[in-house]
Design a protein around this ligand. Structure first.
Ligand SMILES: [Zn+2]
Length: 178
């Protein structure tokens, strides 16, 4: 995975925009996100000052999450922005988090690695309960075929049958393809 870095040492004190693509390699690197696939754009707007960096991180695009109810995947749109302030420090030898969004950098640093912050910001934007959205007049918008298989599977378990429903194999193949 390519890390999301901004080299700022050669920059003048003015505003800049950097663009990054956040794709499947990023999500593979952070399995805790539980995102199967995704395609996000990060626009990092930098206001560079003499002793501080003011970032506005704008993230938008789609990711695919697994539905807790039917186990099928659904598209989830992300569209948010976060502020990140980085202050220059003459004495601090390591990054110290002063608060959630303020960092201190040692004065000899010349670039900032935003990867971990982008990860944390995305994590905060993901829904706690991951289910298909309900449509108007619908009970649920889940994948009915999969729901049916799950229902039958549950019944098989309840009836004490141990053999695996062959449709599970089809379901697994379907999941692997997504
Ligand atoms: Zn669902």
């Amino acid at each position: 995975m390519e890390r999301i870095k901004v080299a700022f040492s050669g920059l003048k004190n003015k505003e800049y925009d950097f663009s990054f693509n956040i794709g499947d390699k990023f999500f593979e690197h952070y399995p805790a996100l539980a995102i199967q696939k995704g395609d996000l754009t990060l626009n990092a707007h930098l206001d560079k000052r003499e002793n501080a960096l003011y970032f506005t991180l704008i993230i938008n695009g789609n990711v695919y999450l697994q539905c807790d109810r039917c186990l099928d995947f659904f598209k989830y749109q992300l569209d948010f922005d976060k502020l990140l302030y980085i202050k220059r420090s003459e004495s601090v030898q390591e990054i110290v988090e002063e608060s959630d969004d303020v960092l201190l950098l040692p004065s000899d640093w010349h670039e900032i690695d935003l990867t971990q912050y982008v990860y944390e910001f995305i994590m905060l934007e993901l829904p706690i309960k991951r289910v298909h959205e309900m449509g108007v007049g619908e009970d649920i918008a889940c994948n009915n075929n999969i729901m049916e298989i799950l229902k039958n599977q549950n019944q098989s378990v309840e009836n004490g049958k141990e053999e695996i429903d062959p449709r599970w194999e089809a379901l697994k193949k379907l999941k692997d393809k997504i």
